[in-house]
Design a protein around this ligand. Structure first.
Ligand SMILES: N[C@@H](CCC(=O)N[C@@H](CS)C(=O)NCC(=O)O)C(=O)O
Length: 207
């Protein structure tokens, strides 16, 4: 059985968990914190979570894990069959991670962890987030899912990335990403109604 390592407060961890639940894959949860210890690096080379363990070995990097689970998990695929449509879903996953999640993350210390970030960091985050949201506006369909009529891996990434970026942007930069993109709010609400997302939220509250 696949083992899922990490902790329920991690949004990346929750993306993998949602994929496991959506695909109906049995898994065992193993709680582990991030660390640079040798024993951790042997399993997750950057010391980050999440990572999974399969009979074939360990795997880290959320987007890679998501695709692995989709390929091996059976059931309906969470990527379209047609190559260009499939590529477009991957573009959305990249945009969300590189241009929304990562700029927002630079403000996490102040937004969520009681720290402070410099004005310079904030200004860079503001500029980069604006570009990221503009890119998403141009690329996403929101009809009703992020890539179109079907639920895909991009919705999983969106579900645990955009809302958190909105919260960080609001607390540290006074931004309103949902206000800027109302379709994102509607999709976020819709995704939150899925059984998988409810289970993830329940575990998060318990954790
Ligand atoms: N690129 C990684 C990022 C995962 C990540 O940043 N996870 C956070 C927890 S939400 C972490 O492990 N942080 C510890 C660190 O950066 O050393 C992925 O896609 O899985």
């Amino acid at each position: 059985m696949i083992k899922l390592y990490g902790f329920p407060l991690s949004n990346y961890f929750n993306m993998v968990k949602m994929a496991l639940l959506e695909k109906g894959i049995d898994y065992e949860f193993v709680e582990v914190q991030t660390s640079q210890d040798e024993s951790m690096l042997a399993r997750s080379p950057m010391g980050k979570v999440p990572f999974i363990e399969t009979e074939a070995g360990f795997l880290s990097e959320t987007s890679v894990i998501l695709e692995y689970l989709d390929e091996t998990g059976g059931g309906a695929s969470l990527l379209p069959e047609e190559p260009m449509a499939r590529a477009r879903v991957r573009v959305l996953m990249k945009q969300l991670e590189l241009y929304i999640e990562l700029p927002a993350r630079t403000c996490f210390p102040e937004a969520f962890f009681g720290g402070t970030v410099t004005d310079e960091v904030k200004e860079t985050a503001r500029v980069n987030l604006a570009k990221g949201v503009n890119a998403l506006k141009r690329t996403a369909a929101f009809s009703p899912f992020v890539a179109g009529s079907e639920f895909t891996l991009a919705d999983i990434v969106f579900n645990y990335s955009f809302g958190l970026a909105h919260a960080a942007g609001k607390r540290t930069l006074g931004l309103d990403l949902f206000g800027d993109l109302p379709a994102a709010r509607e999709l976020s609400d819709r995704l939150g109604e899925r059984d998988s997302a409810k289970k993830v939220a329940e575990d998060q509250r318990a954790g």
